[in-house]
Design a binder for this molecule. Sequence first.
Ligand code: PGA
Length: 256
Amino acid sequence: MMRDKRRRLVVANWKCNPATLVEARKLFLATEKATPSRGNVDVAIACPYIYLAEGKKVLRRVKLAAQNIFWEETGAYTGEVGPRMVRSAGASHVIVGHSERRERFGETNEIVRDKVGAALAAGLCVVLCVGERSREGDAAAYAAFVKEEVQVGLRGVAKSSIRNVVVAYEPIWAIGSDEADTPERTLEMALYVRKIIADMFDRSIAQSFPVLYGGSANVGNARAFLRDGGVDGLLVGRASLDPKIIGKIIEEANKV
Ligand code: PGA
C-alpha cells in the first residue's frame, strides 16, 4: 500500500481546556498560523462546544470538531447538544466514544453507536475512538475488546457513509501518561482495525480507511507513528494546548 501518498490528519483534542474564551482564541490563532495552506496535512481542533462559534470566526484552514454529541437533534434533554447544532456552529467533525466519556460518563458501545449514527445523519465526520484498557494478559482478549468497540460502534452505518468515519486507535493506558505505544504495535492495531472494516464493509473501503493514533502523541514520536505506525494521523491531547508544540507536530505530519 502506498501509505506515503495518503493525506494526514491531526486532530487537536483540547478536552476541557482552556479556561477562557480569550485563551481559546489565542490557541485557535496559533494553530491556524502553524497550519500550511498547501501541503499534505489537514488539521482539526476539537474544542469545547462553547468555543466553536469563535473558532468559526477566526479559522480558515483549520477545521473544527466537537468532542462529543447527543444522539437526538433536539428535544427535552437538558444539558445536551445535538449534531445539527454543532454543525451549524461550524464543526465539520465530532469525536465519539473517547475513552474519557466511556469511563467517566458511562458511554457504552450501544450509546456510541447511536451517537455515530446521529452525527453521520447530520453530515458530520466522525472520529470514533477505540482502545484497550490494558495490555496485560491475553493478546486475544484486548484485540476482541477493540473489535467489539469498532463493530458495535459502526453497526448500522451504510457503505455510503463509512467514508465519513475515521477510527482513532487510542490505547487507554497511553492517554495522559508518559508512555506512548510503539509504532510497531500501532501498526498491528491499524491493520487489525482495517481488517475489521474489510469484514464489515469491503476491502477497497478498508484499504483507504483512515486510522489515527492517540495517546501521548508528541513532537518526539509523531513522525515515527506516521511513518512506521501504519496510521494516517494523530489525535493529540495535552500537546495540542501548547501552540509551539502543536505547531511542530503539524510540521512533522506535513513532512511524512
Ligand atoms: P494525550 O490525550 O495526548 O494527552 O495522551 C490523547 C487523547 O485523549 O485523545
